[in-house]
Design a protein around this ligand. Structure first.
Ligand code: NAP
Length: 260
């Protein structure tokens, strides 16, 4: 049975917006979470509606316990239940710094938003899902974590980001194991280099690495688009993988291949 309601964190812009749009196309009502950019969230909602879907916007900082609780309450109030949680919200380091020099402030910020936030939000939502009646196949919900190729690729000038993404990958395994017998499957999607505001600051570097070099870093020689990730989430929302949990989907143009 396809998912009917979804909470997508960080859905105002970038990959999250692409996910919200694809879910709308699949007939999901979507809670579009954002941190501070209300105008972008309103724009995302307008696009969701233009795609024939429906939803609402909900402000909330995933790093804040109070905001996480309110986020779940407001989503339940508006949608009635949460069939799908997508932990997408995330930030890059404000300043890239060598692992020998990187500071605690950046580490704490990334840890709070990219790992602690999703972990405790997943706890809340999983408990909500456990109270929901199962569908005909016995499923109560699905959870998707948006990690990154950085979960296994060392970038020595943003080690904090790599470490928290590796932690989020482990989080997928933990909840997948814990919730499998309760009708909740958990998946990890690992995007490669995707064209969003996050990568805007390093566009020239990736243009060179992907497009200009003779043999670029990705066998598929183009930037990823938010819709590429959205389509993968949509396949999960349409329940295409009922016998998979803890699975990792590489949406990365083949970046993960070891090549000679
Ligand atoms: P983005 O364009 O910078 O968008 C970030 C989104 O997250 C925005 O909607 C933002 O809301 C929201 N957000 C930021 N901090 C938040 C917080 N504390 N609480 C709630 N929402 C918050 O980023 P993106 O490139 O789409 O990245 C989305 C996810 O994909 C991240 O987890 C990122 O690590 C991951 N990823 C990205 C790439 C890539 O190449 N772009 C590759 C691999 C993985 P506002 O609009 O309100 O600021």
């Amino acid at each position: 049975m396809a998912m009917k309601t979804a909470l997508v964190t960080g859905a105002s812009r970038g990959i999250g917006r692409g996910i919200a749009l694809e879910l709308a196309r699949a007939g999901c009502r979507v809670a579009i979470n954002y941190a501070g950019n209300a105008a972008a969230a309103a724009e995302a909602l307008a696009l969701v509606k233009a795609a024939g879907g429906d939803g609402f916007t909900v402000q909330g900082d995933v790093a804040s316990a109070a905001d996480r609780a309110r986020l779940v309450q407001e989503t339940i109030a508006a949608l009635g239940r949460i069939d799908l949680l997508v932990n997408n919200a995330g930030v890059a380091p404000l300043v890239r710094a060598d692992v020998l020099d990187a500071g605690e402030e950046s580490f704490d910020r990334l840890y709070a938003i990219n790992l602690k936030g999703p972990y405790f939000l997943t706890q809340l939502v999983a408990k909500q899902m456990l109270q929901q009646s199962p569908d005909a196949a016995g499923f109560r919900g699905r959870i998707v974590n948006i990690t990154s190729i950085s979960a296994y690729t060392a970038s020595i000038n943003r080690g904090d980001y790599c470490m928290v993404k590796a932690g989020l990958a482990m989080m997928t395994k933990l909840f997948a194991d814990r919730l499998a017998n309760d009708g909740i499957n958990v998946y990890e999607i690992r995007p490669g280099v995707v064209a969003t505001d996050m990568t805007g600051a390093v566009k020239d570097k990736y243009d060179r690495l992907i497009l200009r070099e003779e043999r670029g870093i990705t066998p598929i020689r183009r930037w990823g688009q938010p819709q590429d990730v959205g389509r993968a989430v949509r396949a999960i929302a349409e329940d295409r993988f009922p016998f998979s949990t803890g699975a990792v989907f590489d949406v990365d143009g083949g970046f993960h291949l070891h090549r000679l």
